[in-house]
Design a protein around this ligand. Structure first.
Ligand SMILES: NC(=O)CC[C@H](N)C(=O)O
Length: 330
């Protein structure tokens, strides 16, 4: 049941609180010593991140949370923002209309690929790569960029349950080095697949990526998607259940970039990563998990985050593709 009493997905509950706590603590202990991967440095301000930071947060659909390690360390949200801006735009325009414009199929190419656009005649393909995220941000309602920003920041804050603020240093650093995103926005303009001024849109997108969050905030945000759009801590409805379904489908196809298929095959849950080292994972009807650890693999996904999420999905029985035999069949 969601906080409003609406049945979201009848996939059962998480195991009891103490078992969840035990497994989350265990996941932290098991993978804290893993030292593979590289901290992103193409945005200069991110290169300074401490590679040893490692936080986990699990928030159940009833709002109960468990945090371990650096779960309260602030970092810029980066690409994880794409999931929530997509939710806000789907809520505003209707998810089917947004799906028709943005798409929801994987590109098989890196998140900042220009080639993906050229190969698909300017189609953005999905909202989780930069082209689709820029087009999604361009669909935010508002007469001015100030109005659009306010819709965005108040919407993401409602998901988190507290007012989020921009890390101005990360914003300035990315704004000075985001020529590739500016180029993608211009290319979209040439194809007619961006729906507001490309320069203004890229600036709003860069700001959205610079919003500061913690793993705990991200777990609350993920739990809101798990809870059919109701923040389980504040009890505020942020988006409709139908919007959550659309967002989770988009995460399943493309939340982990070109590793989305492997993620789904090994973890069996929709997720979204970002280059600052965060990953959110949603167990529909059950809760949200967030991990934070800066070193990334070749696709840009947190190494420790993927390992801890895989462990917890298995330990807590969260894989949405798992099936038990019918009781009559033993
Ligand atoms: N994968 C990411 O987290 C990318 C976000 C980053 N702000 C970019 O646009 O390049």
């Amino acid at each position: 049941m969601s906080a409003t009493g609406e049945v979201i997905v009848s996939t059962g509950e998480l195991p009891d609180r103490d078992r969840v706590r035990g497994f989350v603590d265990d996941a932290h202990a098991r993978f804290a010593g893993v030292d593979d991967g590289f901290v992103a440095d193409y945005i200069p301000a991110l290169a300074a991140a401490d590679r040893h930071l490692f936080g986990l947060s699990m928030v159940a659909a009833d709002g109960v949370s468990h945090d371990v390690g650096d779960a309260h360390h602030p970092f810029s949200i980066q690409s994880i923002s794409k999931a929530f801006v997509y939710a806000l735009v789907c809520q505003e325009l209707g998810h089917e209309a947004v799906l028709d414009r943005i798409g929801v199929d994987g590109t098989g190419l890196p998140f900042d690929s220009v080639m993906a656009l050229e190969l698909n005649a300017g189609a953005t393909m999905n909202p989780m790569v930069n082209a689709g995220a820029l087009a999604t941000t361009s669909l935010l309602p508002g007469a001015t960029s100030v109005d659009k920003w306010e819709v965005l920041v108040s919407g993401l804050s409602a998901f988190a349950g507290r007012r989020l603020v921009v890390d101005e240093e990360v914003y300035a650093s990315e704004a000075a080095t985001n020529q590739r995103n500016q180029a993608i926005a211009r290319l979209l303009q040439s194809y007619g697949t961006i729906y507001a001024d490309p320069t203004e849109t890229t600036d709003i997108y860069t700001r959205q990526c610079s919003l500061l969050v913690t793993a705990h905030d991200l777990a609350v945000m993920a739990a809101t998607l798990a809870d059919g759009g109701v923040n389980p801590v504040t009890r505020e409805r942020v988006v409709d259940a139908a919007v959550c379904r659309a967002v989770l489908a988009a995460l399943a196809t493309s939340g982990l970039y070109e590793q989305s298929g492997r993620w789904l095959a090994t973890i069996g849950l929709p997720g979204k990563s970002g280059v600052s080292g965060g990953i959110i994972t949603v167990a529909p009807g059950k809760g949200g998990l967030a991990t934070f650890s800066p070193p990334l693999d070749a696709a840009g996904n947190s190494v420790r985050g993927r390992l801890a999420t895989r462990y917890l999905s298995q330990a807590l029985g969260l894989n949405i593709f798992a099936s038990a035999p019918h009781p009559d069949h033993g």
